[in-house]
Design a protein around this ligand. Structure first.
Ligand code: ATP
Length: 347
């Protein structure tokens, strides 16, 4: 079921000549956690602000649970947004901040306390409700802001770069917390991030934006195994691209004929194979390759190869690459199920 549908959403800021968002169509599944991913300036924050009602679109529609929310003020949309900078009210305690929205709704102080206490526990701030926000660390302030939004039981929760101000350890902790709370509450959640690894670790689905347009929307593994374009593949670390022509399950290029898996279309294409999927051993679609460079990267080793004059890159566990040296000739293979075809005009 779809909770939130964006249809033809377009926004050009005054004084700019290019739309920040250009006819964006996106259907967000009910109860899912979706990352809105893309490079700086691609329109992620603009999309969030349009959903939250902080900006008005030039064209297009936002439909929430079957109803257009166009024209509704932010408070009446059933949408809560947590900003990158938590912006807690400094004159209220942490508990006061978390209960603020309930107070605005006119709930009694007993009822507010009944809801705030378990919420403090849920975001691991037990016993800190009486503190001023300045007595919390950055990560704790983020969690308080998350609690302040969640307590209102919004239909849609928007999180704008919730992890970007946190250091590596806290990032993982917050990532786990967001994932757990989202699963427990089932609130349809959209998270803005420019970090593809974060989007993969966090989300059920990713919506990737380039230049105000949707480049691809789907489960994380699709972006690795079935990227929609060369730009999408590159954003997800794809480096191997070979132009050629596919016909009846075979790809013809300077690499010679390569068997493809079933179901790929005939015609001119760019062949791609993930650097982790390229095998450094004989097998189907075997080739001789020269090792040009070997770079130890910590958890992985990158191997630059030449195959019939084409540069290909492999990423392998350091153990697997331990004996490789530049100048060696080795057998490699390109497993058919690891080969994917991209539109050929896409460079
Ligand atoms: P980032 O990851 O850097 O936050 P983003 O993907 O969230 O970027 P947006 O903030 O949505 O991108 O901006 C999209 C485009 O609109 C950018 O080109 C940006 O410069 C432009 N833009 C954003 N806000 C304004 C504004 N108030 N006035 C004019 N242009 C704006």
């Amino acid at each position: 079921m779809t909770t939130l549908t964006l249809a033809g959403l377009t926004k050009t800021y005054p004084g700019t000549d290019r739309p920040a968002l250009d006819r964006l169509d996106l259907a967000i599944e009910s109860g899912s956690l979706t990352s809105l991913l893309g490079p700086s300036g691609c329109g992620k924050t603009t999309t969030m602000k349009l959903i939250a009602g902080l900006l008005a679109p030039d064209a297009g529609e936002i439909v929430l649970n079957g109803r257009s929310i166009h024209g509704l003020v932010p408070e009446r949309r059933g949408v809560a947004m947590v900003l990158q900078n938590p912006l807690l009210f400094p004159h209220l305690t942490v508990g006061g901040n978390i209960g603020f929205g309930l107070k605005m709704r006119g709930l009694s102080s007993t009822e507010i306390a009944r809801q705030v206490d378990p919420m403090l526990a849920r975001v691991h701030l037990d016993g800190m409700g009486h503190r001023p926000p300045t007595a919390l660390s950055g990560g704790q302030q983020q969690r308080a802001a998350l609690a302040r939004a969640l307590i209102l039981k919004p239909k849609v929760l928007l999180l704008d770069e919730p992890l970007s101000n946190l250091d590596a350890g806290l990032r993982e902790e917050m990532q786990t917390l967001i994932r757990t709370l989202q699963r427990e509450t089932g609130i349809t959640t959209l998270v803005v991030t420019h970090d593809q690894a974060e989007a993969v670790a966090l989300s059920d689905r990713i919506a990737l934006l380039f230049g105000g347009k949707l480049a691809q929307h789907g489960p994380p593994e699709d972006f690795y195994r079935r990227p929609a374009s060369k730009a999408v593949a590159r954003f997800f670390g794809g480096v191997n691209f070979v132009p050629g022509r596919s016909q009846a399950g075979t790809f013809q290029s300077v690499l010679g004929p390569l068997a493809l898996s079933k179901g790929l279309a005939d015609g001119d294409h760019l062949l791609t194979v993930r650097p982790e999927a390229l095998r450094l051993s004989p097998g189907p679609n075997a080739r001789r390759a020269r090792v040009d460079a070997v770079a130890f990267l910590g958890t992985q080793t990158r191997i630059d190869l030449s195959v019939a004059g084409v540069n290909l890159q492999a990423l392998k566990a350091p153990d697997e690459a331990a004996t490789l040296r530049p100048g060696m000739e080795i057998d490699i293979s390109l497993p058919p199920d690891a080969l994917w075809l991209l539109p050929s005009g896409d460079h």
